[in-house]
Design a protein around this ligand. Structure first.
Ligand code: IMP
Length: 180
């Protein structure tokens, strides 16, 4: 994509603010029911899932704790390098704890699969995956998704925390790039 992007010419609205809100309500209801009497740790994978996490936890009525993990990003590209390196890891022990990994997108599945493997080594009580979006057409590694927001087409998406070259995270809706 060359030059300055124009919201109207280059982006197409995919998921509205209202749809996101409704979906988060539904996911939160399920999590509230599934974790009744428990205190799960929601691990947000930075940076893309920060907005989703913030909205999701405000709909939770159970006690929760939050943690952040940061991985290397795509940089300015829309293609993954195929490698996942850790920039920031957990700041607390997760042994015997109920863990919900919170992602923005499951694309090839490489990130979630790598994280699940690493988290398992810390012997959590349970380990589930909650993702706002999933692109099944791009999957290379099958990963379990316990809480799914939206299945999205094989397009590069942005907005609601999700970036393109670090930009557009501040948009309240999810768009896709028309020319990708
Ligand atoms: P995976 O390892 O291929 O599943 O990719 C997961 C990560 O790639 C996500 O957490 C995003 O950071 C990034 N990613 C994948 N698809 C998109 C997209 O359409 N827009 C923005 N980032 C994406």
């Amino acid at each position: 994509m060359n030059g300055i992007m124009n919201y109207y010419n280059d982006f197409k609205l995919l998921i509205t603010q209202k749809e996101i809100k409704r979906k988060i309500n539904q996911l939160a209801k399920r999590i509230n029911a599934d974790y009744r009497g428990k205190t799960p740790i929601l691990i947000s994978v930075l940076k893309g899932s920060f907005m989703f996490l913030a909205d999701l936890i405000r709909e939770l009525t159970i006690d929760v704790e939050i943690e952040f993990i940061e991985l290397s990003s795509y940089g300015d590209s829309t293609e993954s390098s195929g490698e996942v390196s850790v920039i920031k890891w957990l700041s607390k022990e997760i042994r015997q704890r109920d863990i919900i990994l919170v992602e923005d997108i499951v694309d090839t599945g490489l990130t979630v699969s790598t994280l699940l493997e690493r988290l398992e080594k810390h012997n959590p009580q349970s380990l589930k995956v909650c993702t706002l979006t999933s692109k099944p057409a791009r999957r290379e590694i099958e990963v379990p998704i316990h809480y799914l927001g939206f299945e999205v087409p094989n397009k590069f998406i942005i907005g609601y925390g999700i970036d393109y070259g670090e930009k557009y995270r501040n948009l309240s809706e999810i768009y896709y790039l028309k020319n990708e």
